[in-house]
Structures are given as structure tokens and as C-alpha cells.
Design a protein around this ligand. Sequence first.
Ligand code: SF4
Length: 341
Amino acid sequence: MTATEEAPLLTVSGLNVAIEGAAGTVQPVRDVSFTLAQGDSLAIVGESGSGKSMTSLAVLGLLPEQATVRAEDLRFDGAELTGLADPDWQQLRGEQLAMIFQDPLSALNPALTVGYQIAEMFRRHRGWGRSRARQAAVELMAQVGIPDPAARLRDYPHQFSGGMRQRVMIAMALALEPRLLIADEPTTALDVTVQAQILRLLRQRQRDGLALVVISHDLGVVARSARRVVVMYAGTLVESGLVAEVYPAPAHPYTAGLLAASPRARGTAGSVRPIDGQPPDISALPAGCAFHPRCPIARERCTVERPKLRVVAPGRESACHFAEEVLTGEPTKRGTGAAHG
Ligand code: SF4
């Protein structure tokens, strides 16, 4: 049975996040749905503020108290996650779900050596003795490319460079062989050689059954680490499909714009064309399609009618009124060239 045929390990259906603030309630995540099977990989991409990190924090129960999470279905391995008590979350996050954060310092204790922190995971969750846990920590540090790991075990987090700290955090996330790993910009602080090494390690873990969610604005990282991709804009999903199908022929002008801004992600040598304008303020979204002020093919309908996410080809979804035209390039040119209005 392939990864795609299995019952999903993770089900996210109709996920909404609302946050109370001084100026009222904002909704940074609206009606987001996706599934992920064991051993499969999914990338969530979008500009900063698109809701991609917030979505993953909601899935892991890590949002602050002011946030309200609602979902039609939020399930891991058949068990409902909404309303889970704190001790159950802690157990799940310790052993089955892991996350690599953007900021490694936030995940490491500055007062304890890195070796202690990694070894402690084996001691606490596996009941291993000091020497076995220490040996496992050394092996993990070597796997993520930390030179001279036996010596560096005794160093504190502040003695590591940003890239090395990132590798320590990846080692800790993988230590207990989680079933689901959510990696938020996992390789941003790493040079190209180490990036490739980490992505290889993640792929190897996937072959052993790890389900992987990669959150990134870097479409090149996504292309190398995920099989499927969902694209987020202003808190909602605007496109989903296989990376191998979406990259050569996107079905949403925003995806086309992201790809044009990152031509190397598609393996082409074209010039970089950033998307015009800025992402909208989520507390004051434009009427109709939230992307219309930046969309090169926006028309009258786009300013009044919000497009729904719909199937536009087998295995492909897009939230654009004119997705078929974007997909085929007819009659408007994909992503560019069409007049507004
Ligand atoms: S619905 Fe209209 S504005 Fe929105 S992405 Fe499609 S063409 Fe552009």
C-alpha cells in the first residue's frame, strides 16, 4: 500500500484560528484543510503573514491562550486533537509529533549543555542510562553534520553558531523518531552543503515512515523536500497539488507569482520577478479575492466575489475564478500580461 492510499495520519479539516487583540478579533487562518499520510510529505508555502506558521502551531496545540482554534476535524492517527488536555499534548509532542522552529534559541535551554539536552530526551522518554543516551546523542549530532560531536556535547547553546544551533534542534526533533515532523523554515540558516545533508536525512527518515510538513517561503527547499504542496495567501489555501505538477503549471496567479519570484525553484534560469505589492492586512482584507489588488489578471468579478477552493484538474485545487485559464495559459498569459478590469 502506498503513502497516498493509507488512511491519513494527520487530518486537518476546516481549521480556523481567531486571535483576540486590543483592536478586535483577527482571523489569521480561515477554513484550511489538508491530510497527510504516513511517510508522505507536504509543503505549506506563502509569504510571511500568510498563516502557514500559525496553521502548524494550531496543529501542534502551541498557540497562545488568546488564540481560539476551531476545526471540523483535527485528527492525528485517528485521535481528535482539539480539546486535548495539556499532559496528553506533552506526551504526544514528546514522542510522536515534533517541530523544528525558525528560531532555534527559543527551543533550547541556555543553561544546559547541548549534549545533556539531547541525551535527556532518551533518558526521559526511553529510560536509557547515561552512557547509552550520551552515545545516541553523539550519533545524532554526527548525522546532522556537527563536526567533532563528542567534544561539542559539552558546549552550551550560545557557544554554537546559528547554523549549528539549527542542526542541534533538528537532531533533537528527530531523536525520538517522531511519526510527524513539522519543520518551519528548516534549512534557512544553513549553507547549501548542510542544507542538502539535512534534506537527505529527512528523506531517509521518510522512507522509515516519517510524515513531514515543511513550511517555507523558499520554493527551492520545497521542491527538494516535499511531494505535495499547499499554497497559502491571507490565511486561506489558494492552491494545492503535487509539487511535480504545480511547479511547471500553477493554477493560481499567486503561485505563478511566487514561482516567477524564484525561477531556480523550477529549475529554470529566468530572471527574478517579485510579486507587485504587499500581502494584505488580515484585519482589513479586500473585498472579493484577497489577492485581487496584486493580481495581474484580476477582473471585475474578482473585486466582488470571493473565489472558493475547487478541484480544477485531477488532484489539483485552486481558489481562482479563472484557474483553468491560468493552468492552460489561455486566453490570458499565465501570471502576467493581462489587463485589469
Ligand atoms: S480570482 Fe481573480 S484576482 Fe483572484 S487570483 Fe483569480 S484572477 Fe486573480
